[in-house]
Design a protein around this ligand. Structure first.
Ligand SMILES: Cc1cc2nc3c(=O)[nH]c(=O)nc-3n(C[C@H](O)[C@H](O)[C@H](O)COP(=O)(O)OP(=O)(O)OC[C@H]3O[C@@H](n4cnc5c(N)ncnc54)[C@H](O)[C@@H]3O)c2cc1C
Length: 542
């Protein structure tokens, strides 16, 4: 006899209606053959998901690596764990290692912890997205809500100062967490001397050698340049420059319609720039569900963002006052020109390992420069691990954090786990777009029979009450088992709403599970419940 927490009413088989069953049972599987059957169908459904990491974990070269031994508070100079890079992957790994009793040092060259995410990525971009949204609302929406303002102006230095304050407070907060958890913090550029020694040119000007039984590479990523385009961070900027412009450009051209380009385009568009996004591919954000993507593009177009898809930037001329871009259809054809005051190069990011000395210790990378690891985050060099943006997988802060925790758990002799099929992705525009699991295109390609349920926010009472009802929830579920395969949400705060779906996927929930879960009224979350109802049966409110 043992306790089992039943995650889905579909897996309970007796005469009562499915949804009225108790969820915690004491039983033996032998007396509940239906339960065993259901578990099998769930496992069958699970095969729809496959992790990219399996590609690497099957390699015998990587699979046999075991972490070196470690000692709890050994008292020696040697660390149990040394982390190179203090971004979301590295600092989280360092804190977790210390929490597990491992003597830990983290080396960071930037002079501030938090990596790309806190310093020039997630946090400053979200600060500007929020501030620019407030300005846009004040200018365009307050009046219809009965809030009358005589004038609304942008104070860009104040907006930037608020962003910098948020960044400064958060990066200092991590230093505080390092102190609290007794992580040693070395400020400087790390370079491998051997698989267990890192030489650090410190920011104060000296040099020190940090020794570790296990070394984790968490050096992250950098902006991907484009051939022939020199980023001066003034007129031709990367995302870093776009986060600190000193004035609102009249015309902004964004090269690349990924999430960073669209977020930064939104910021400056709301503040008054004419924004044109030039994209080589046929679609914006290629990883997004196609149907949701189309709605999303229409929404951005309504906000006056212009798109030139299937278009290649041939050259960029900065000889005059502005910038002149020469464009060409991606498939070849007549050239056209486009004028801009500022050009944002947002064509993706590349792993960063410059000056780290990977060649000295023989760490293997792929053609894209990403460090290859096995399922335990071990490289081909025993005792050397890698996590976050520097390895294959989605380049996202929360994915880097999950890597960091799991990697350290393996080093400490425990089991770690990251499910790469369940990493949510969010575009923080307005409305936001958030998703987890498979897109409809992916489900079709897998040949799985599926059902789709959708619910528009136009029929959601909370969205109507606040007059912010653009968007939709779309759920994909396996036809045979009703197991949820993917959830896509376009709405205000979709980035918060998605986590109910992430949890549902983790527990292998069915759409009926979500539909029968009581959701508070009036909330945007009710749209997810209604979409779930639409997936296995019928929604109420449409
Ligand atoms: C504009 C922008 C917006 C973004 N928004 C989001 C978002 O909203 N959500 C999200 O999930 N992700 C977002 N990202 C991506 C996110 O920032 C990265 O996925 C995340 O920071 C990766 O974490 P990491 O720890 O692997 O690497 P990083 O954050 O890049 O950190 C690596 C650190 O290592 C240091 N380092 C490198 N080499 C050395 C060396 N040899 N010695 C010492 N230190 C070294 C670097 O200085 C850096 O601080 C955004 C990125 C950008 C650019």
């Amino acid at each position: 006899m043992f306790h089992i927490l039943v995650h889905s009413p579909l897996y309970i088989a007796d005469s009562k209606p499915k949804h009225q069953k108790e969820r915690i049972f004491q039983f033996s599987t032998q007396s509940y053959p239906e339960m065993a059957m259901a578990s099998i169908s769930r496992r069958k459904a699970t095969t729809v998901f496959s992790s990219w990491r399996h590609l690497y974990s099957n390699s015998s070269k990587y699979s046999s690596i075991v972490s070196r031994s470690y000692s709890v508070s050994s008292g020696s100079d040697e660390n149990d764990v040394v982390v190179v890079g203090g971004g979301p992957g590295g600092y989280v790994a360092a804190i977790k290692a210390a929490q597990l009793g491992l003597k830990t040092t983290c080396i960071e060259k930037r002079g501030a912890l938090g990596g790309t995410c806190l310093n020039v990525g997630c946090i400053p971009s979200k600060a500007l997205l929020h501030s620019s949204h407030m300005y846009h609302e004040a200018k365009h929406s307050f009046a219809s809500h009965g809030v009358k303002l005589s004038s609304v102006e942008v104070n860009l230095p104040a907006m930037m100062a608020q962003k910098d304050k948020a960044v400064g407070n958060l990066t200092k907060g991590i230093e505080g967490l390092f102190k609290k958890n007794k992580v040693t913090y070395v400020k400087g550029y790390g370079k491998f001397l051997s698989p267990s020694e890192v030489s650090v040119d410190t920011l104060e000007g000296g040099n020190t050698v940090v020794k570790g039984k296990n070394i984790i590479i968490a050096t992250g990523s950098d902006v991907k340049g484009l051939p022939g385009i020199i980023i001066d961070e003034k007129r031709i900027v990367s995302s870093t420059g776009a986060l600190s412009l000193s004035e609102v450009p009249k015309k902004l051209v964004v090269i690349g319609a990924g999430y960073i380009g669209l977020e930064m385009g939104s910021v400056w568009g709301r503040l008054g720039s004419e924004v044109t996004v030039v994209e080589f591919a046929a679609d914006i954000v290629p990883t997004m569900d196609g149907e949701v993507r189309k709605q999303f593009q229409r929404s951005l177009e309504k906000q006056k963002m212009k798109f030139m898809l299937n278009t290649k930037v041939v050259s960029v001329d900065t000889a005059g006052n502005g910038v002149k871009l020469t464009l060409e259809p991606a498939a070849g054809g007549d050239q056209t020109t486009l004028e801009a005051d500022v050009v944002l190069v947002s064509a993706g990011r590349v792993p960063f390992t410059a000056g780290l000395g990977l060649d000295k210790i023989g760490v293997e990378t792929d053609k894209a420069g990403r460090i290859l690891v096995n399922h335990r985050f071990g490289t081909n060099v025993p005792g050397v691990y890698a996590i976050g943006d520097v390895i294959p997988g989605p380049m996202l802060a929360h994915k880097a954090e999950e890597d960091g925790v799991a990697c350290v758990e393996y080093i400490a002799g425990k089991e770690g786990h990251v499910d790469y099929d369940m990493v949510p992705g969010v575009v923080y525009t307005h409305p936001e777009v958030a998703s987890v699991g498979k897109t409809e295109e992916q489900v079709k390609a897998l040949g799985v029979d599926y059902r789709v349920g959708k619910f528009p926010f136009l029929a959601n009472s909370r969205a109507k009450a606040i007059d912010d009802a653009e968007g939709v929830v779309k759920i994909l579920a396996e036809k045979e088992t009703d197991k949820i395969l993917g959830v896509h949400i376009m709405s205000p705060n979709a980035g918060e709403l998605i986590h109910e779906a992430v949890l549902a996927l983790h527990y292998g929930a069915s759409s009926e599970d979500i539909a029968r879960t009581c959701h508070a009224h009036p909330t945007m979350s009710e749209a997810l419940k209604e979409a779930a109802m639409a997936t296995y049966d019928k929604p109420i409110h449409i």
